[in-house]
Design a protein around this ligand. Structure first.
Ligand SMILES: *[C@@H]1O[C@H](CO)[C@@H](O)[C@H](O)[C@H]1NC(C)=O
Ligand SMILES: *[C@@H]1O[C@H](CO)[C@@H](O)[C@H](O)[C@H]1NC(C)=O
Ligand SMILES: *[C@@H]1O[C@H](CO)[C@@H](O)[C@H](O)[C@H]1NC(C)=O
Ligand SMILES: *[C@@H]1O[C@H](CO)[C@@H](O)[C@H](O)[C@H]1NC(C)=O
Length: 362
């Protein structure tokens, strides 16, 4: 299935290589763009953003005004999904994606647990990250580097220079695009969940914004650093993932009575003011234990997962296998070893065999 987007002089050619029962995407499910492969530039046909399934009206507007940005959305979602799977690799819920376009993370996306909170935050942050990087690379027509402080001196004696990441555009874009499904009328029935998602989307954006770093380069005779120019740079997306994982661990569960306005009391009564903290993830429901398969909720269970017998963390066989025990398999591992360099010029190696125990959950 091919999608061709046209806007002014830009012709963008999207190939959704991903298989399609796709066009039935439920509205507001742009996240699947992270596993769809949006192909390259330049072709003759024309259709439009209307052909990208699953977008709500406001997202269509963004797409029409700036078709290249859909590439960033796809890239941002891809980063979010990839980082989610990296962070949860050794946990019972490992952030698997389904092949179902209208619920990419299975029902987890709607359960309103702390996993849901993480998914929304990390994908929202992913879009900020991808858009901002594209701005700095000069790939988007609507933004570029942040040059507002270019040439100005800092009190510490260095000068602003280079290309500072223009986070403001990325934040604006993520807010406009990622938040849109939550504020669209047709989703009213999920009101409180929409507010939870909006809150967590914002937490994701804030983590990128609050962790901008300053990078510098020295100039001067043989690197004497007589002159130093500096610019602002976003953290790596892996760092953002780590910070969000910490927020996942301390996600705040909202008490039922306090949900109306997503403020007031939390389960944790120590917080007298009862405000939902702006920098913390929030969720509404307790997580299932993810131990046993629950197809209705898209939970795979942990049977067959690799576990670590000597670990005490979540990847330990005890925790990961939920006390069901594990199977041990001895696996032969063959690799090159005792390599020697011979003058000149080749390397000779021996092959070494080791036996490795592989534990998988029962
Ligand atoms: C998550 O675990 C399941 C088994 O429960 C496995 O099939 C899947 O490949 C894992 N996903 C990732 C992304 O590691
Ligand atoms: C995809 O998810 C939707 C919403 O949960 C569901 O109605 C539909 O049956 C699923 N489709 C497939 C092919 O699993
Ligand atoms: C910018 O666009 C080029 C060409 O389309 C692409 O290869 C590159 O990855 C893009 N860079 C960023 C940061 O978006
Ligand atoms: C298992 O856990 C131990 C202790 O945390 C760690 O040192 C070791 O590298 C882990 N093994 C694997 C295969 O991940």
């Amino acid at each position: 299935m091919d999608f061709i987007l046209r806007s002014g002089k830009h012709w963008i050619y999207f190939t959704l290589v991903f298989f399609l029962p796709l066009l039935q995407a439920a509205l507001g499910n742009w996240m699947y763009l992270g596993i769809a492969s949006l192909g390259s530039l330049g072709t003759e046909q024309q259709t439009g953003c209307n052909e990208v399934p699953g977008l709500v009206v406001q997202q269509l507007e963004v797409c029409k005004n700036n078709p290249e940005s859909i590439w960033c959305v796809s890239e941002g979602a891809r980063r979010g999904i990839w980082e989610c799977q990296r962070q949860f690799k050794f946990e019972r819920w490992n952030c698997t994606t389904t092949r179902n376009q209208s619920n990419l993370f299975g029902e987890i996306q709607y359960l309103a647990t702390r996993e849901t909170a993480f998914i929304y935050a990390v994908l929202s942050a992913g879009v900020v990250h991808a858009v901002t990087e594209s701005c700095s690379a000069g790939n988007l027509t609507d933004c570029s580097c942040d040059l507002t402080r270019q040439g100005m001196s800092n009190v510490e004696g260095w000068k602003w220079g280079g290309c500072s990441d223009n986070i403001n555009y990325g934040l604006w874009f993520s807010k406009t695009f990622v938040d849109a499904p939550e504020t669209t009328r047709h989703t009213n029935s999920r009101d409180i969940k929409n507010r939870m998602n909006l809150h967590n989307n914002e937490v994701g954006r804030q983590v990128v914004e609050k962790n901008m770093r300053i990078q510098c380069r020295c100039h001067g005779v043989s690197g004497s650093c007589a002159v130093k120019t500096c610019w602002k740079k976003m953290p790596s997306f892996h760092d953002i993932g780590k910070l969000l994982k910490e927020k996942y661990d301390s996600s705040v569960e909202l008490a039922p009575r306090s949900r109306k306005k997503l403020r007031a009391r939390m389960r944790d009564h120590r917080n007298k003011k009862g405000r939902v903290p702006r920098d913390q993830l929030v969720h509404l429901n307790r997580s299932p234990n993810y131990c046993r398969p629950d197809p209705d909720n898209g939970i795979l269970g942990t049977r067959g997962r690799l576990c670590n017998r000597s670990s005490t963390g979540p990847d330990s066989c005890d925790l990961l296998c939920c006390g069901r025990g594990y199977n041990t398999q001895v696996v032969r591992n063959v690799r090159r070893c005792h390599c020697k360099f011979h003058w000149c010029c080749y390397v000779s190696c021996k092959t070494c065999e080791t036996m490795i125990d592989k534990h998988t959950c029962k």
